[in-house]
Ligand binder design. Structure first.
Ligand code: AMP
Length: 490
């Protein structure tokens, strides 16, 4: 359990976007700033950049969105052609600057900056060990633990050995970008749970959680950082070295990155997220397709799924029409992070408004990527029926979420997850849909082109690829049966 807190509740676990840049001559701050903009969807709580000019480290970390966290002067003050950046995911109850990143520490053999996406499962243990050796901690986040452990190892070993020792000591999911003076490093945990990729720029190299950040800089995606790999960008942007420090038989790529979290225009582990989502939509039609007048996405997350679904349906001769029946207010934040259920319900209504003429008197298939608490689907079914929809059938592009994520995505507490203790039919009843079906885990693996053994499916199976330290004991996972269509015969 990370940091002694109940990992099922919001706390300063790290669910974020990371970047790192090493350039020939120009300052890294501006490209870092732009790439953080490209990763804003991965975190809206805080944003930060750390650079190194060869002599000195510079840091600017603020709460809020990237656009609000940096002014022109802040960017100008961040001197140096090497640097890293971070956006942090919002979690209720942890709006706290001490958790904002990149984390910095100066010690005898240099200055370290560290950005982390993921979640360690043994941070407490490592923290206690380091505290006993005299390390003083200023936050209760995992990232500081990694930074101190690395700083300690750097006193005794060279860079590559020090990183290897730290990777051998910490367990859990982590994609890291690190500055050690003006050297920028990228590290991905041995199971490759969170994404990290390398890009080439005209005058240097970039590391980023998602390739969309590389595109924003007009760079070329070189490849994903491999699970267990350390990438060292040469100062001056002249290339990079690769060290395969750990190798595992299986990976544990997070399937939910492809389903919900990542941008559709990013390529993650060799797969374009948009195409994966369309394929998931196609599979959804294969497994639980239903003939209705229209198929419509819950914007924006359901869009690619719905287009794949409609395409597969039409290929089979279905007369179903793809329609945009719900309009999204772009200026409303994520409904998910509203602290109370009442506010969450209000926020869904603020965010989405139906176009009456596309639903009135029609039978509708509504497609979303996932159901977490059930708030969105309950509200939308109700809304569409109010607008005159004759039937509303929900199709979900992922299996039921039955357990929390311990690996860095803020889902909900176990008690809040609608599928934790309900069958698909009970969920259908609760959201008042005419029918409901989810995608099977087999279809997810197929769409991702990987075996289930190479994916982290913890939130839909309750079985995690990392040892979540006794958390299993209070986790009674009731798996709803998947594959059938609840309400189909009603
Ligand atoms: P809920 O309303 O609680 O059932 O949440 C489902 C909606 O939230 C769907 O429209 C998803 O696209 C979206 N969603 C799923 N997972 C997350 C997450 N980790 N953070 C924010 N939103 C999410």
């Amino acid at each position: 359990m990370p940091n002694g807190r109940d990992a099922t509740h919001s706390g300063p676990t790290e669910k974020c976007g990371v970047v790192g840049v090493s350039l020939e001559e120009r300052d890294a701050a501006r490209p870092l700033y732009y790439s953080l903009y490209a990763l804003q969807h991965r975190g809206q709580e805080s944003a930060g950049i750390v650079t190194h000019d060869g002599f000195q480290q510079h840091s600017h970390v603020e709460m809020g969105l990237v656009g609000d966290a940096f002014g022109e002067d802040d960017i100008a003050d961040l001197r140096g052609s090497a640097g890293i950046g971070h956006v942090r995911y919002p979690t209720a109850g942890s709006v706290n600057k001490s958790c904002a990143q990149p984390f910095t520490v100066s010690f005898k053999s240099g200055a370290l900056g560290l950005s982390h996406n993921g979640n360690l499962v043994n941070a407490d243990e490592v923290r206690e060990e380091l505290a006993a050796q005299g390390h003083a901690f200023t936050s209760d986040g995992d990232t500081e633990v990694i930074a101190h452990d690395l700083a300690r190892n750097l006193l005794e070993s060279d860079l590559v050995r020090a990183v290897k020792r730290t990777m051998g000591r910490i367990h859990g999911s982590y994609s890291l970008t690190i500055t050690h003076d003006d050297t920028v490093l990228g590290v991905r945990d041995p199971e490759g749970n969170r994404p990290l990729c390398i890009g080439e720029l005209e005058d240097g190299y970039v590391l980023a959680s998602e390739s969309a950040a590389i595109d924003t800089l007009d760079g070329e995606l070189v490849r994903d950082v491999r699970p267990g790999e350390l990438v060292v960008l040469h100062p001056g942007g002249e290339g990079f070295d690769s060290y395969q420090l750990f190798e595992r038989e299986n990976t544990a790529h997070c399937f939910f990155e492809h389903v919900y979290f990542a941008r559709p225009d990013s390529v993650i582990d060799d797969e374009l997220v948009y195409e994966v989502r369309r394929e998931l939509g196609r599979q959804l039609w294969e497994e639980g397709g239903i003939e209705t007048d229209v198929v419509m996405p819950v914007p924006d997350s359901g869009r690619a799924f719905a287009s794949g679904y409609a395409e597969a349906a039409q290929e089979e001769g279905s007369g179903v029409e793809f329609a945009e029946g719900l309009m999204k207010n772009r200026y409303v934040g994520r409904t998910f992070i509203m602290p109370t259920q009442d506010e969450r319900e209000r926020a869904v209504r603020l965010k989405l408004n139906p176009i009456k003429s596309t639903v009135e008197g029609k039978t509708v298939t509504l497609i979303d990527d996932s159901i977490v608490r059930g708030t969105t689907s309950t509200q939308l079914v109700d809304l569409l029926k109010d607008c005159g929809a004759e039937e509303v059938h929900m199709r979900i592009g992922a299996p039921p979420i039955v357990a929390p994520c311990y690996m860095g995505i803020d889902m909900a507490t176990r008690e809040e997850l609608i599928a934790a203790d309900k069958s698909v039919e009970e969920i259908r009843e609760a959201i008042a849909a005419d029918s409901l079906s989810y995608l099977s885990t087999e279809a997810v693996a197929e769409a991702l082109g990987r075996s289930q053994a190479d994916l982290c499916l913890g939130c839909v199976t309750g079985e995690y690829p990392y040892d979540v330290e006794g958390e299993e004991t209070d986790r009674e996972v009731t798996r709803p049966e998947i594959g059938g269509v609840a309400g189909a015969d009603d």
